[in-house]
Write a protein that binds this ligand. Sequence first.
Ligand code: ADE
Length: 235
Amino acid sequence: MSEQTKSPFHINILTIFPEFFESPLSTGVIGKAIEKEIFSVECTDIRAFATDKHQTTDDLPYGGGAGMVMKPEPLVGALESARQNHGDLPRIYLTPQGEPFRQPLARKLAEGDGFILVCGRYEGIDARVREGWIDHEVSIGDFVLTGGEPAALIMLDAITRLLPGVLGNPESIVEESFSTDMLDYPHYTRPRSFRGMDVPEVLFSGHHAKIEQWRREQALKMTEQRRPELLKKDK
Ligand code: ADE
């Protein structure tokens, strides 16, 4: 058994650019958590599953039109290999056509055993792969990236920080139950006065209930101004 399959939470990223993930996965909080084996990540090179001698992963679209489409054979080969190694982890394809990625989905995925992320390039992947080998499609926002890799990284970051032991201070996650229905309140640190701008007095009062109330008011004000739709019940 390899080092990577020992850890209970596992993420497998299928990509034609495995090197894209090298620096983010060895840096900061995520790098530390992987080092501590809180979760494991494997980047699978889709190209290694290409079936021709040129290791082709894309081809022209049937029916014509701009761009290239990712071929089914290498993708399905990589997906079947991931299934063999890691059982029935959910297979997620990253696409602007997917379900919007929000905090509740991050929480739900953090409660599982991990997932497989499929990163597309060009115009996307052959529709038959989506139909037969993908469980969920997820979008990180209403914009188009050059590929699924930055989206995969964003999902990985948002989900793994919720795993027990990843963040130093678990209270910051508890507090988020309100900061995802509302925007966050403003934060201050030393110095007390900076270029004529002072930290609000209430934060020096030592009165926890008052500070809590001030923070809620600030969060509410910020949300009303910037994201009023978050305050509607059936958003
Ligand atoms: N691939 C390209 N654009 C994307 C987006 N907005 N979300 C997820 N995957 C993508």
